[in-house]
Design a protein around this ligand. Structure first.
Ligand code: GDP
Length: 177
């Protein structure tokens, strides 16, 4: 078995879109409404992708808005990003565009592993962003896109699996160059 690899990933997005809920669902397999939303935290979980074990450090950021999309540590030293918006908030998708542009500016021409995630699919009656809108953006940026629910656990594992696959692809490309 190859040695465990450590990878750091950051959860980014507007506040209240469900970043913490997604991480907690992934790491503890629970949907918990009783945590302190202001705490910024790093979580660790080991995952096995096609025989390779990864120890993931997931940085759950406090959230960004148009005033706080600034260069900081999150834009450095991470192997990949999960950009989260809520399907119930158009504004949260608008913020994603700002974050994406910031990441692109920081990384220049280097391709960065990113997955776009529309959370809260269980709130279909409050939907404000169509699936097509999310998909269109992801296609424009050539990144994977998933609609998920931290509450019902729809596709949550898949988000992290997709990001690891993108990180693997990035590393294969790097190795060749
Ligand atoms: P963060 O600020 O982006 O980390 O968002 P939180 O994880 O703190 O979630 C904000 C609020 O949305 C909380 O009340 C959560 O319980 C709720 N929430 C998060 N994910 C979901 C989801 O998939 N479905 C529903 N219905 N509520 C969610």
């Amino acid at each position: 078995m190859p040695p465990t690899r450590q990878r750091r990933i950051a959860m980014m997005g507007y506040r209240s879109v469900g970043k913490t809920s997604l991480v907690l669902r992934f790491v503890t397999c629970k949907f918990d409404e009783g945590y302190d939303p202001t705490i910024e935290n790093t979580y660790t979980k080991s995952v096995n992708v096609a025989g390779q074990v990864y120890q993931l450090q997931v940085i759950d950021t406090a959230g960004q808005d148009e005033y706080s999309v600034t260069p900081n540590d999150y834009y450095m030293n991470v192997d990949g990003y999960i950009l989260v918006y809520s399907i119930t908030s158009q504004r949260s998708l608008d913020i994603i565009k700002l974050i994406y542009n910031k990441i692109s500016d920081m990384k220049g021409k280097i391709w960065v592993p990113i997955v776009l995630v529309g959370n809260k699919t269980d709130l279909e009656e409050d939907r404000a962003v169509t699936m097509e809108d999310g998909k269109k953006l992801a296609d424009e940026w050539s990144i994977p896109f998933l609609e998920v629910s931290a509450k019902t656990d729809e596709s949550v594992e898949e988000v992290f699996a997709q990001l690891i696959k993108a990180i693997q692809r990035r590393e294969t490309v790097k190795d060749k160059n």
